[in-house]
Design a protein around this ligand. Sequence first.
Ligand SMILES: Cc1cc2nc3c(=O)[nH]c(=O)nc-3n(C[C@H](O)[C@H](O)[C@H](O)COP(=O)(O)OP(=O)(O)OC[C@H]3O[C@@H](n4cnc5c(N)ncnc54)[C@H](O)[C@@H]3O)c2cc1C
Length: 397
Amino acid sequence: MNLEFTPEEQAFREEVRAFIAENYPKHLADFGMREDMSREDMLAWHKILGKKGWSVPAWPVEYGGTGWSATQRYIWSEENARANTIMPLPFGVSMVGPVIYTFGSEEQKARHLPGIRSGDVWWCQGYSEPGAGSDLANLKTSAVRDGDHYIVNGQKTWTTLAQHADWGFFLVRTDPDAKPQEGISFLLIDMKSPGVEVKPIKLLDGSYEVNETWLTDVRVPVENLVGQENKGWTYAKFLLAHERSGIAGVARSKRGIARLREIAAKETAYGQPLIKDFDFARKVSQLEIDLAALEITELRTLAGEQAGKGPGPESSILKIKGTEIQQRLTELTLEAVGVYGAPFNGGIANDNTNEHPVGPDYAQHAAGTYFNMRKTSIYGGSNEIQRNIIAKMILGL
Ligand SMILES: Cc1cc2nc3c(=O)[nH]c(=O)nc-3n(C[C@H](O)[C@H](O)[C@H](O)COP(=O)(O)OP(=O)(O)OC[C@H]3O[C@@H](n4cnc5c(N)ncnc54)[C@H](O)[C@@H]3O)c2cc1C
C-alpha cells in the first residue's frame, strides 16, 4: 500500500481533527484511568459519534459503517489518539457487532445493531470461567433446552465492566457429550434477567474493572442463540481475531511515547533531564523503532481487511507486539516520573483515597497505569497462547 497521504486524505484528517475539536466533551479532555469513570462519561463520545454516523467505521456500510478506506480508518484512530478521546468500548463495536451482522438472524440484526451503533446499549463478554481461560473449550456453563428457552447455569469470570452492561454475549455448553469445541453455543443474554448476578473483583491498582458473573437458572429465549446450536466455537474464534487486532493500540502508544519524551525532557530535582541519560534515551528510541515496525504491520493488516481478508492469525502478532510495547511504555513512564510514581495516586493512596495528589500533574497516573497495563499480555488470550497460534497457523509447526 502507498504510505504517502494524498491531498484528499490530508483533507480528511483536517475534517476529523476539526470535528473532534468542536465536539469532544470538554470535561473529558484529559482523563487518566477510565475504569473509574461513570457510565455516562464512558459513553459520551460514542453517542456523539453515533449521531454523526462515525461510531462503527469498520462495519459494512449496509449496517452503518462509514465505508472509509484503510488509510482513512488509520487517520481516524491517529486523530483520536492525538486528542486522547475515550473511544467506544470494544464489546459491542468490535466484538459482538461483527458476530451479529455476520452470523446473526435478521431479527437479531434489527434488534441489536442500532443500540451498538448509538452507544445506548452496553455489552459485556462472558467467555472465561475459573477453569476455562487459555483452555476456553473447557468451559462448563451449561444451557439446557426447555421449550422455547435455554436454562443457563454456571459462572463466568473477569467479565470486564459487566457492572454497567445491559446485554452480554456468552459461550455456553449445549452438548456435554460432544468433543469440547463442538458442544458450545453463542448466546445473547439480557443482563437484567432473573438469576444473573455480577460481583466485583477488586484489582491490584484499586480500580473496579472486572467481575465474576454468576448465572443461576437464567431463562434465555431460544431466539437469542446466534447462528447454529453447537457451532459457537466458530463464532467465538471469529470474534477473538477482531478483539486481538484492536488490542495493538499503535496510535495510542505513539501519543504515549511523545508524552514520555516531554516528561523525560523536564529538569529533575537531581540534575539533568532523564532524556540526556544515554541508556534511557536508547530505551525510548528502541521503543519508537519497535512501534514503527508494528505500525507497518498494522497498516498491512488494515489493507488486507480492505481487500476482503478478515483478520487472521496475524492479529496474534499485533496483539503480542502491541501489548509488549504498551507495557514497556508504562515502565519507562514510571521511570521518568521518578519519585512521584511512588505515592500511587491513581486509585489507592495509603488512606485509600485519591484526595492528596503528590507531585506534578503529569505524574499522577503513571503508577496506576503501570499496574493496570500488566493485564494486556493476559486478556484477549494470553501472549503465550498467541505464540502457540503463530507457531501453528503461520509457521506450520
Ligand atoms: C483485566 C482482564 C480483563 C478481562 N476481561 C475479560 C472479559 O471481559 N471477558 C472474558 O470472557 N474474559 C476476560 N478476561 C479473561 C482472559 O481472557 C483470561 O484471563 C485469559 O484468557 C487467560 O486465562 P486464565 O486467566 O484462566 O489463565 P490460565 O489459562 O490459567 O493461564 C495461566 C498462565 O499459563 C499460561 N498458559 C496456559 N496455557 C498455556 C499453553 N498451552 N501454553 C503456554 N502457556 C500457557 C498462560 O499464558 C498464563 O501465563 C480478562 C482478563 C483480564 C486480566
